[in-house]
Ligand binder design. Sequence first.
Ligand SMILES: Cc1cc2nc3c(=O)[nH]c(=O)nc-3n(C[C@H](O)[C@H](O)[C@H](O)COP(=O)(O)OP(=O)(O)OC[C@H]3O[C@@H](n4cnc5c(N)ncnc54)[C@H](O)[C@@H]3O)c2cc1C
Length: 514
Amino acid sequence: MRALLSTHGSSGDVAMTEHAVVIAGAGPTGLMLAGELALAGVVVTIVERRAGQDLAGARAGGLHSRTIEVLDQRGIADRFLSEGQVAQVAAYLPGMPLDISDFPTRHNYGLGLWQNHIERILAGWVHELGVPIRYGSEVTGFAQDDTGVDVELSDGQSLRAQYLVGCDGGRSLVRKAAGIEFPGWDPTTSALLAEVEMTEEPELGIRRTPSGMHALGKVEYEFKDGEVVYKPGGTVGVMLTESHVGTSEPTLRDLSEGLIAVYGTDYGIHSPTLITRFTDMTRQAAAYRDRRVLLAGDAAHVHSPVGGQGLNTGVQDAVNLGWKLAQVVHRTAPESLLDTYHAERHPVAARVLRNTMAQVALMRADDRIEALRDTVSELLSMDEPRKRFAAMMSGLDIHYDLGGGHPLLGRRVPDLDLVTANVRLRVFTLLHTARPVLLNLGEPGGFDIAPWADRVQLIDAEYAGPWELPAIGTVTAPTGVLVRPDGHVAWVGDQTQVGLVDALTAWFGLPTAA
Ligand SMILES: Cc1cc2nc3c(=O)[nH]c(=O)nc-3n(C[C@H](O)[C@H](O)[C@H](O)COP(=O)(O)OP(=O)(O)OC[C@H]3O[C@@H](n4cnc5c(N)ncnc54)[C@H](O)[C@@H]3O)c2cc1C
């Protein structure tokens, strides 16, 4: 049922519209979640404070390998790849690259693509799926009861939803109004971030001073032979580490003074389109769910942008949550399925937080830290550490704890080339509709999952090649694999079907009576 239910008058004259899910925020996380819910047939609407999708400033610079895979699972990766710059972008720190070209994935690279383009492409997809976005409207509060949530909007209207998801960024109103704690660490360092015009051609690249690391780059660039190549002229992106954690609203004058302190000149800066500040504040929501209210993306975790993990983690939160929330809305799975969202995604972001704290510490301007940086750099040039860290930074090693057993369990399924009775197809193609799939790689017809046939695709297929996992290597070929809509493996069959019914029930609900 895709129609909206409109009711009036339950709270005086205020119009109230009913939805299954309301998402606060049309950033990358909210857009991805909306797409996932819409694919699963859930009536969803997004409320976005901005007047449109336009984004002030560049923010995130691109996508890591696992996020590209996730988009490929929905058949939309090419939309991003065709607009961005494919390159080895993963790095532990600037100057410590982590090459993943030998990884067993179709996307053994990252993608340079600014966040405004990522959002525009995601919004186009969400639009095709028929999700309404209420731009220029803000969630100002909510009240939840046993059956739903009344979501108050800045325009005086109110939306009734079964669930509200706060994808409303680091200062999340939804998180605060839900009373969810946001423990962590106050900032130790801050940086001015700007996009400006310059009358003189600046010294591009990274410069280190006693106050820290600084960088000048062009917003327009391309990769040639693995190197960033800028065109002459054009908008310059400025990143200046401040000597003390800044708190006031930054100005063009602050920027000019900062440039002179580091470079001896401000290169004639003028016409800023963005002047802002970011810090290494590191915090994570203590709970990703309070009854009918959930958090995802920056609303659930904030940290330093070093390593480029934030947007990627948010998009992957959305892909973990979407199919679970859809099943709970459709009542094919119990509400307790939503607890697995926190259980799986909280540790992933907690690891990102720990890492970014380590990375920020390693960037400090201090002779001893520089010695430590050299040591880490040497370690990461060795093959095993490089693989471990590259798999982590690119998101390819994410492993949900679904119990012991075969190494595939809880990890992402590789995008193998399968041979079925009629066609050759890729595993990811089977995930385009965001429906789970049981791959039977043994005797054709060897599985009977009729009680789940309305929810789970059963595909008899052959695959003769190796099963390889990033940073782990070759694993034993399974005879059956149950793949969740997010691409993670929920069950592995090794000649037997032991545990399959339990896995189907746990992830996709009780069997339908014959
Ligand atoms: C300098 C910098 C560089 C970065 N580089 C990278 C990178 O290279 N790679 C990477 O992965 N990440 C990077 N990040 C992080 C990335 O930008 C964020 O993690 C990402 O934007 C989070 O997406 P989100 O959708 O969760 O939140 P946001 O992008 O913050 O979106 C939240 C949305 O909610 C809206 N909103 C807020 N409050 C309300 C409300 N009450 N009602 C309705 N709407 C509301 C906002 O207008 C916004 O559109 C960088 C960040 C910075 C600052």
